[in-house]
Design a binder for this molecule. Structure first.
Ligand SMILES: NC(=O)c1ccc[n+]([C@@H]2O[C@H](COP(=O)([O-])OP(=O)(O)OC[C@H]3O[C@@H](n4cnc5c(N)ncnc54)[C@H](OP(=O)(O)O)[C@@H]3O)[C@@H](O)[C@H]2O)c1
Length: 448
């Protein structure tokens, strides 16, 4: 097993290449150098890669394990981590993939996970086949529990850490993986956004590989030219289930409607964020931090079919796109294998059937979340953390039935406006977590 992939030297988006953008904005929030790698496409040195999957029971995690299951010559599971809400699924994954250790963030779930592991191992002896336990069969994995357990697993010896935890809870694991020198396949955009420079300063060039389909696409498209030739990045947005709705009509949206995304099947937080367009706002900040371009060079366009996953426009007017059916197994597999591709990770497009791809501008009046993200990113420091934390609290309130749909972004806007980022230190994780806690408390006050 290799211990950590070699991290390639900076080949992408040197700061000078970020070019014509608002200097104040860049000084406020950009890391000074890109952390995603769009370097040369080289053959990988060794297979299989040992992967730690954080958030293994979620939408990203289970799709990652599907890739690993189908590609045993490319990937092996070193360790798994989850919140603790799905003990039986987690134990079944550990038994099937032979994880050396599993972690649960909720200490109270540890006993349930232990019991589920005993059931799975007495049934199968580990491994996916169903048979009686025999002498010499692998022992159940160690179970770690509590807030630090997920970080311990994030630093476990491996080649790639996939962070598929949902929400701000992923921050410490992201930092632990980076500090341990692991390549970080990052689905948990929240950790990058709230951590800001705390994350980017720790990341070596190329150490973070994006999993978000838009950012994976941009990394792929950037290979088509030199960074100094890039004019702008264009993120595509499906528009969510309420595309075309007026703000008045959005007032009556139910959680069931908001959870029914037209093109993607995802966890509840990111699904609601897609309906409000908060997710696209988070992705604008994510692109800014990952690739080092100014906010004024990152556009958003609505593309309801979710076939074109984003684009890079070059100085000569050429736009390079990546197109494939909406299936996260493609960007997940590419991130785990980066810079290689995994054959048959997901189905390609069917060119024998007639299809139309449409593009339309974002309606900022009905969906102000992206403009608000730009404001938070421009304010810099802890403002993006406030944007994210206030949103997570408001989404929870919406799903609990305590607030209406439009109240989510309205409350986030109010809390962002109340926060004085310039006077709030953002020099440590404790600073960020204190601001995160304040924004959640404030949301609770405003929504009660
Ligand atoms: N789903 C997608 O298609 C998609 C696409 C692009 C980006 N993303 C991003 O990927 C991340 C995960 O999204 P998702 O849709 O996969 O979410 P999800 O389905 O809700 O899954 C979340 C996972 O995180 C675990 N978890 C929750 N709290 C945790 C904690 N404190 N420590 C460790 N693990 C914890 C959950 O464990 P339990 O099951 O035990 O609760 C579960 O395994 C998000 O940042 C999202 O924005 C997702």
């Amino acid at each position: 097993m290799t211990r950590g992939l070699p991290v390639r030297p900076v080949r992408c988006l040197p700061p000078a290449a970020a070019g014509v953008c608002d200097a104040g904005v860049r000084a406020a929030v950009r890391p000074g150098r890109p952390v995603a790698d769009n370097g040369a496409v080289e053959a990988s040195p060794s297979w299989p890669r040992e992967v730690v999957v954080l958030g293994s029971t979620g939408s990203i995690g289970t799709q990652a394990l599907d890739i690993i299951r189908r590609n045993p010559d490319r990937f092996q599971v070193a360790a798994l981590a989850a919140g603790g809400g799905n003990a039986d699924l987690l134990a079944g994954q550990a038994a099937e993939f032979g994880a050396a250790v599993v972690a649960v963030a909720d200490s109270a779930a540890a006993a349930e996970v232990q019991a589920a592991l005993r059931r799975h191992f007495s049934r199968t002896g580990g491994g996916s086949s169903s048979r009686q336990l025999r002498a010499g069969d692998p022992a159940p994995p160690a179970v770690l529990a509590g807030p630090d357990a997920v970080c311990e697993v994030a630093a476990w010896p491996c080649d790639v850490v996939l962070n598929g935890v949902t929400g701000a809870a992923g921050l410490r694991a992201t930092l632990a993986a980076l500090d341990a020198g692991r390549v970080l396949a990052l689905a948990n955009k929240e950790s990058l956004i709230i951590g800001g420079q705390l994350v980017t300063a720790r990341a070596k060039p190329g150490q973070i590989v994006p999993v978000d389909s838009e950012h994976s696409t941009i990394a792929q498209c950037l290979r088509a030219g030199r960074t100094g030739e890039v004019r702008r990045l264009v993120l595509t947005a499906s528009g969510g289930p309420f595309r075309g709705w007026s703000r008045d009509r959005l007032g009556g949206v139910t959680s069931a409607q908001a959870l029914a995304h037209p093109t993607w099947t995802m966890g509840p937080l990111v699904t609601i964020n897609s309906a409000t367009l908060m997710n696209k706002g988070l992705e604008v900040i994510e692109a800014h931090l990952l690739f080092g371009f100014g906010l004024d060079r990152i556009d958003v366009v609505v593309h309801p079919q979710s076939i074109v996953h984003s684009m890079v426009e070059f100085a000569d007017g050429a736009t390079i796109i990546q197109a494939s059916p909406p299936d996260m197994r493609l960007p997940i597999s590419h991130a785990m294998a980066w810079p290689d591709r995994v054959a048959d990770a997901a189905p390609g497009l069917d060119w024998s059937a007639a299809a139309a791809w449409t593009f339309e501008p974002l309606d900022d009046a009905a969906f102000p979340a992206v403009a608000l993200a730009r404001e938070a990113a421009a304010a810099g420091g802890t403002a993006p953390a406030v944007y994210n934390a206030a949103n997570e609290a408001c989404v929870a309130a919406f799903l609990a039935g305590s607030i209406g749909f439009t109240r989510i972004v309205d409350t986030v806007a109010r809390i962002v406006s109340e926060h004085d980022a310039a006077r709030t230190p953002a020099t440590s994780v404790a600073d960020v977590l204190a601001v995160d806690a304040w924004a959640r408390r404030r949301a609770l006050e405003l929504n009660s």
